[in-house]
Design a protein around this ligand. Structure first.
Ligand SMILES: Cc1cc2nc3c(=O)[nH]c(=O)nc-3n(C[C@H](O)[C@H](O)[C@H](O)COP(=O)(O)OP(=O)(O)OC[C@H]3O[C@@H](n4cnc5c(N)ncnc54)[C@H](O)[C@@H]3O)c2cc1C
Ligand SMILES: *[C@@H]1O[C@H](CO)[C@@H](O)[C@H](O)[C@H]1NC(C)=O
Ligand SMILES: *[C@@H]1O[C@H](CO)[C@@H](O)[C@H](O)[C@H]1NC(C)=O
Ligand SMILES: *[C@@H]1O[C@H](CO)[C@@H](O)[C@H](O)[C@H]1NC(C)=O
Ligand SMILES: *[C@@H]1O[C@H](CO)[C@@H](O)[C@H](O)[C@H]1NC(C)=O
Ligand SMILES: *[C@@H]1O[C@H](CO)[C@@H](O)[C@H](O)[C@H]1NC(C)=O
Ligand SMILES: *[C@@H]1O[C@H](CO)[C@@H](O)[C@H](O)[C@H]1NC(C)=O
Length: 479
C-alpha cells in the first residue's frame, strides 16, 4: 500500500509538468506523458460509447484497450473469398433514440432485424438433441400464450420502474427478485415466455436456476418492447463497421491506445495516474477521472490499486462461459439451423455446458456454433480446448445419427472466440443482502467510475443508456 501523503505529493509533482518527470514509477520523458480529462479502460460497447460521448461534450479522453482493435464482444468475421461479413458477436440493438443517433453519427445504417434476406433468413430451424444427434419434436407455446406470458411479466416489472435504469433494487430486496427464474415464471404465469427469453439471452448460465433479477437485467421492459416493434441490426450485417469508424476517429484524435494495458496505478480523490504498457513503450497517463469498463474480476483489476472494500465486493461476483465459432465442412445443409434440445427436460432445455445452437450464415459452407457453460466462480469456466472439442463432437454426433441427411465430413474451425468471463452476476444470497447497492456505491470513489455489462446488462443499448444517464453526469460534474 502506498501512503496517501505520497500519492498526493506525487500527483502534485506530476501536475507541475516539469520538462521531465520523475516519480515513484521512475522517469518519464514529457513525450511519454499523456494528460487527459478522462482515462477509459476497455474499448468495448461501454468504453467506446463513453469515449465518443465525452469527446462530443468537449472533454479529452484516452481509451486503453488491450486488443489490437476496439469492439469487445462485437466481432465480425470477414469471409476472405467473398468479403461477406458474418457477425459472430453482437447483432441486435433496441430501437431507441440513443441507439439510432449513435449509429447515425458514424453513418452506419440500421434496419429491422429479419427485414432483408441476410443472415440465413431463408433457413429452416430444427431441434436436435446434441447428446444423441436425434431430432426432437417440440411443440412451442402459441404466439397468443407467449404474448400473454410477456404481458404478465411486464405487469410484474412495472412495480419496479428503476430496474429499467440499472440494478437499482428496492431495499430490502423482495424475495421475488431472487427467486430462481423457473420458479418465478411458474408463480407469475410467464412459462410460455421462457423459450423466447432463453433464445435471446444465452450466456447467463442455467435460466431456470438463475436468480430472477439476473435474467431481468437483459429481459427488462425495454427489450420486451422490442418484441412488438422489431429489433434493430446493421443494414450491412456488419456490427464492426461501427467500431472501425469509432476507432479511426479516436486514433485520429490521439484518444486511443491499442494493444495496451495498465501496469500500475494511483487513484486519488483529485485525479488518477496510470502506468501503461503500449507497443511504443511505457506511457504515464494522468487524468482527472478514470472510467473502468472491463469485467470487474479481481485478477483483471490487480493493477488498479483496489481498496479492501472494492476487493471484497468484486470477489463476490460469479460468471459464465460463452463461446462463439465459425466452422466449415460441417456436413450440414446451408439452409438448416439447429437448436440443442432435450426430449426429457422442462422446456426441452439442454444441460450445460454444451452447444446452444448452430446457425446458418450468408456464406455457403460456413456455420456458426454457440456454446455456453453453467455459472461458475472461475474467471475462465472451461479451457478453450475442451469447448472446441465439444463443438466438433456435436457435429460428428449429428452426422453419425443422420447419415442420410448429413454428409460424413471433418468439420474445421475458421474462427473461434472465447467471451469468458461473461455475464458477471451476484449469488442470490448476496443480492438479498444488498450487494448491488454496495457495488453501485463505489461510483465516483477515488475519481473512479464504473460501467459495462457487469454494471448494467449484457446488452449494448442498455449499457449506452446506463452510462449516459447514470454514470457520465456524475463523472462530468467534477471536470
Ligand atoms: C456472442 C455474443 C453475442 C451478443 N449479442 C448481443 C446482441 O446481439 N445485442 C446486444 O446488445 N448485446 C449482445 N451481447 C452482449 C454484449 O456483451 C454487450 O452488448 C456489450 O458488447 C458488452 O460491452 P462491454 O463494454 O461491457 O464489454 P466488452 O465488449 O467485453 O468490452 C470490454 C473491452 O475491454 C477490453 N479489455 C478487457 N480487459 C482489459 C484490460 N485489462 N485492459 C484494457 N482493455 C481490456 C476488451 O478487449 C474489450 O474490448 C452479446 C455478447 C456475446 C458474447
Ligand atoms: C424505429 O422506431 C422509429 C420510431 O418509432 C420508427 O420510425 C422506425 O421505423 C423504427 N425502425 C427503424 C429500423 O428505425
Ligand atoms: C418428428 O417429426 C417428424 C415430422 O413430423 C418425423 O418425421 C420424425 O420422426 C419425428 N421425430 C421424432 C423423434 O419424433
Ligand atoms: C397472467 O395474466 C393473466 C391475464 O392476462 C391472468 O389471468 C393470470 O392470472 C396471470 N397469471 C399469473 C400467474 O399471475
Ligand atoms: C465490414 O466492416 C469492416 C470494418 O469496418 C470493413 O472493413 C468491411 O469492408 C465491411 N464489409 C461490408 C460488406 O460492409
Ligand atoms: C454432401 O455431399 C454431396 C456429394 O459430395 C454434395 O453434393 C452435397 O452438396 C453435400 N451436402 C452437404 C450439406 O455438404
Ligand atoms: C434445404 O436444402 C436442401 C439441399 O441441401 C434441399 O433439399 C431442401 O429442400 C432445402 N429446404 C428448404 C426448406 O429450403
Amino acid at each position: 500500500m502506498r501512503s496517501q501523503a505520497f500519492l498526493l505529493s506525487s500527483w502534485a509533482a506530476l501536475t507541475l509538468a516539469a520538462p521531465s518527470t520523475t516519480n515513484n514509477y521512475g522517469h518519464f520523458d514529457p513525450s511519454d506523458i499523456i494528460e487527459r480529462d478522462v482515462a477509459i479502460i476497455g474499448g468495448g460497447a461501454a468504453g467506446t460509447h463513453a469515449s465518443i460521448s465525452l469527446k462530443d461534450k468537449g472533454k479529452s479522453v484516452i481509451v486503453i484497450e488491450k486488443k489490437d482493435r476496439i469492439g469487445g464482444h462485437a466481432e465480425t468475421y470477414i469471409d476472405s473469398a467473398t468479403g461477406t461479413p458474418i457477425d459472430m458477436g453482437v447483432i441486435i440493438f433496441h430501437n431507441l433514440t440513443i441507439v439510432r443517433d449513435y449509429f447515425a453519427r458514424f453513418d452506419v445504417p440500421l434496419i429491422t432485424l429479419g427485414s432483408d434476406a441476410g443472415s440465413g433468413s431463408d433457413s429452416v430451424s430444427a431441434n436436435y438433441d446434441l447428446r444423441t444427434g436425434k431430432e426432437v419434436n417440440i411443440t412451442s407455446p402459441s404466439q397468443a400464450d407467449t404474448a400473454a406470458a410477456f404481458a404478465n411479466y411486464t405487469q410484474f416489472l412495472s412495480k419496479y420502474p428503476r430496474l429499467n435504469d440499472g440494478m437499482f433494487l428496492p431495499s430490502p430486496v423482495p424475495d421475488d427478485l431472487v427467486l430462481p427464474f423457473g420458479k418465478f415464471a411458474k408463480k407469475y404465469g410467464i412459462e410460455a415466455a421462457l423459450p423466447t427469453m432463453y433464445n435471446y439471452n444465452p450466456g447467463l448460465g442455467d435460466i431456470l436456476t438463475v436468480p430472477m433479477i439476473e435474467n431481468q437485467r437483459v429481459w427488462g421492459q425495454s427489450l420486451v418492447q422490442q418484441l412488438s416493434g422489431g429489433f434493430l441490426t446493421t443494414a450491412h450485417h456488419n456490427t464492426s463497421e461501427l467500431y472501425s469508424k469509432a476507432q479511426a476517429e479516436l486514433l485520429a484524435a490521439s484518444s486511443l491506445l491499442l494493444s495496451s494495458q495498465v501496469l500500475d496505478s494511483e487513484r486519488c480523490d483529485d485525479g488518477i495516474t496510470l502506468v501503461v504498457s503500449t507497443p511504443k513503450g511505457r506511457k504515464l497517463v494522468r487524468a482527472r477521472k478514470l472510467l473502468i469498463t472491463i469485467p470487474p474480476r479481481l485478477n483483471f483489476l490487480a493493477p488498479f490499486d483496489l481498496s479492501k472494500n472494492e476487493r471484497s465486493i468484486f470477489a463476490k461476483l460469479i460468471d459464465a462461459g460463452y463461446y462463439t465459432s465459425i466452422l466449415r465442412n460441417t456436413g450440414l445443409p446451408d439452409n438448416l439451423s439447429i437448436a440443442n434440445a432435450r426430449p426429457d427436460t422442462p422446456y426441452n432445455l439442454p444441460s450445460l455446458p454444451s452447444v446452444y445452437s448452430i446457425g446458418s450464415t450468408d456464406v455457403p459452407g460456413l456455420k456458426l456454433a454457440y456454446y455456453g457453460t453453467p455459472r461458475s466462480p472461475a474467471t475462465f469456466p472451461l479451457p478453450d480446448k475442451k469447448v472446441k472439442a465439444d463443438i466438433l463432437a456435436a457435429f460428428k454426433t449429428l452426422q453419425r445419427a443422420n447419415p442420410g441427411a448429413f454428409n460424413q465430413t471433418e468439420p474445421e474451425f475458421v474462427a473461434y472466440s472465447s467471451h469468458a468471463p461473461f455475464y458477471l452476476q451476484a449469488r442470490p444470497e448476496d443480492t438479498k443482502k444488498g450487494f448491488y447497492g454496495e457495488m453501485y456505491k463505489l461510483q465516483g470513489g477515488r475519481s473512479t467510475y464504473w460501467t459495462g455489462a457487469s454494471w448494467r446488462a449484457q446488452d449494448s443499448s442498455d449499457i449506452w443508456r446506463f452510462t449516459e444517464e447514470e454514470v457520465l453526469p456524475g463523472l462530468v460534474e467534477g471536470l
